[in-house]
Design a protein around this ligand. Structure first.
Ligand SMILES: CC(C)(COP(=O)(O)OP(=O)(O)OC[C@H]1O[C@@H](n2cnc3c(N)ncnc32)[C@H](O)[C@@H]1OP(=O)(O)O)[C@@H](O)C(=O)NCCC(=O)NCCS
Length: 170
């Protein structure tokens, strides 16, 4: 299996992976909107490929944390692995390689709304640890963040601003 940056020819497969994993279209539509926006980072839309077939995808895009000052961060959303390839470590590889790439590119931190039993294994912790708030109702244990540089979230307290492509009404 290889993990690589998405290419134009991958778009349909990426949609398909997301539709099958989430059993709905919302996430593939979100990816399309992000890809068309200024917040899209081509280097951080990664696919997992086996024998030329795309079986997983992860996307990180720009967001801001609005506090005393505004800080740039990344949102991890969405990520998906085809159902029949799940629980084989593919999601783990996508996460680790995505975080590594984001660190190499100089990004400071990542925010994710997701499963509390899953993301901590990659180093995510409750965002409330840094007094970072979510703009919508979410359990504290599911609103998570990771520093890509030591201390990157120290005193960055504020509220995450999701760009309009996320379609979040606050
Ligand atoms: C979440 C997802 C990407 C993980 O991919 P994967 O390739 O199966 O992940 P890995 O093989 O690296 O890890 C599997 C582990 O994740 C856990 N996991 C998967 N989905 C989980 C969930 N919803 N809640 C908690 N743990 C979950 C599995 O139980 C397994 O745990 P184990 O290692 O203790 O057995 C995949 O399950 C998926 O596409 N799910 C549907 C879409 C989704 O929910 N995306 C995440 C949105 S936040």
């Amino acid at each position: 299996m290889i993990i690589r940056r998405e290419k134009k020819g991958d778009f349909n497969s990426i949609n398909d992976v997301n539709k099958q994993a989430f059993k709905q279209n919302n996430e593939s539509e979100l990816i399309k909107r992000i890809r068309a926006s200024k917040n899209f980072i081509p280097d951080l839309s990664l696919v997992a490929e086996v024998n030329g077939k795309i079986i997983g995808h992860i996307l990180f895009s720009n967001i801001n944390i609005i506090g005393v000052e505004d800080y740039e961060s990344l949102a991890l959303a969405p990520m998906a692995v085809l159902p029949k390839f799940q629980k084989k470590g593919i999601g783990g590889r996508l996460n680790k390689e995505g975080l590594k790439k984001a660190r190499e590119l100089g990004y400071n931190s990542v925010i994710v709304v997701g499963h509390q039993d899953y993301y901590p294994r990659f180093g995510f912790e409750r965002a409330s640890k840094w007094k970072i708030k979510c703009p919508f109702e979410v359990p504290d244990k599911a609103f998570l963040a990771i520093e890509l540089k030591d201390g990157a979230l120290t005193e960055k307290l504020g509220i995450v601003e999701y760009p309009k492509e996320f379609g979040i009404e606050v």
